[in-house]
Design a protein around this ligand. Structure first.
Ligand SMILES: Nc1ncnc2c1ncn2[C@@H]1O[C@H](COP(=O)(O)OP(=O)(O)O)[C@@H](O)[C@H]1O
Ligand SMILES: [Mg+2]
Length: 317
């Protein structure tokens, strides 16, 4: 079992001034949790064993294994179409594996009774790749929806729950009555995050949370994920192409290539694996630039090729 890294400080690699200083989109929670220790790493709460998944002739996963422990932020990376979203959909029970087992909170999700499966879902939150807000519903009703699905909740309690979550994600309450179309991309992600945490989950899945955002909004979302991780003691499974987000947030990176998890390790260890995708992703110019945000003791473990100046072309390991 590999050691587990400490995330770099979110935003540390951005050029000065790209992080917000306006105060309009920051959350008061950030200041409150800044000095808290990171959640302790605990027992495995997701165990994927020998997973295979195929669609017709298309074999997406074969002999895939992955453990995710309580308190971690594990980033899943891999080429487009490598099966990142499909893996998360299987973990959430939205797709059936062709073979293999997946346990969540110690229970095999393929044999679990429907009532227990429903309970388990309330312990998880998900931010889908494209936000997936209901365009016909207001921000308030989008965030309230998972609570309403649980049954009847008094209106004033529901209001308190939703407004608290909007405040936690730094969205001013004046936006609560607006439709998603009236919001910026960054705000839509915040609403998606508020909805994902509305039931106070232990485990949060985020599929491309910074995709399509400008650098400043991306930084804000990365900060927010880091803040929520600390404040709620969350375990986070993050799918992203965003190298800066990966370096800033991950305790470990799980690289999907050749239909399986090639390596699941702290960024500096994953970058050492001899594989074409890893070389291109971690050791290309953008990868090397992003890796500069790691603290010195972790940078020291990077392969020499990762330390070449970010302005020159990649050299082999
Ligand atoms: N419902 C589906 N039916 C058929 N093929 C699918 C389905 N969902 C995903 N795939 C295929 O599985 C592969 C992995 O897709 P996906 O998990 O979305 O990749 P990623 O998220 O890594 O970009 C792709 O080849 C995609 O076309
Ligand atoms: Mg995807």
């Amino acid at each position: 079992m590999s050691t587990i890294g400490t995330p770099a400080t979110p935003g540390a690699i951005r050029t000065p001034g790209t992080l917000t200083t306006s105060g309009t989109m920051t959350t008061p929670l950030k200041g409150a949790v800044e000095d808290l220790p990171l959640p302790a790493i605990g027992e495995p709460i997701i165990e994927v064993r020998n997973l295979s998944k195929r669609y017709g002739r298309n074999i997406v996963h074969q002999h895939l294994n992955l453990d995710i422990r309580r308190g971690e932020i594990v980033t899943i990376v891999g080429g487009s179409g490598s099966g990142k979203t499909t893996l998360v959909r299987q973990i959430l029970g939205l797709e059936r594996p062709t073979s293999g087992t997946i346990k969540m909170f110690g229970e095999d999700i393929s044999t679990i009774e429907p009532e227990r499966a429903r309970l388990m879902r309330t312990r998880t939150g998900m931010l889908f790749q494209h936000g997936a807000l209901f365009s016909s519903l207001s921000v308030f009703d989008n965030v309230a929806q998972p609570v309403r699905e649980l049954g009847k909740v008094p209106a004033d309690l529901l209001r308190d729950i939703v407004m608290l979550k909007l405040e936690m994600v730094g969205l001013p309450c004046k936006h609560a009555s607006k439709p998603p179309a009236a919001l910026s991309g960054g705000m839509v992600k915040r609403v998606g995050l508020a909805r994902a945490i509305v039931l106070e989950p232990e485990l949060l899945f985020l599929d491309e949370p910074t995709a399509g955002l400008d650098p400043r909004s991306s930084d804000e979302v990365v900060e927010l994920i880091s803040t929520l991780h600390r404040a709620l003691g969350l375990t986070v499974v993050l799918i992203t192409h965003d190298l800066d987000a990966m370096v800033a947030l991950s305790t470990r990176v799980a690289v999907i290539a050749e239909r399986k998890v090639l390596v699941a390790a702290p960024v500096e260890e994953a970058a050492c694996v001899d594989d074409p995708f890893i070389r291109e992703y971690f050791l290309g110019m953008r990868g090397r630039r992003a890796l500069q945000a790691l603290p010195p003791e972790r940078r020291a473990k990077l392969p020499p090729a990762a330390l070449a100046p970010a302005s020159v072309g990649a050299r082999p390991c």
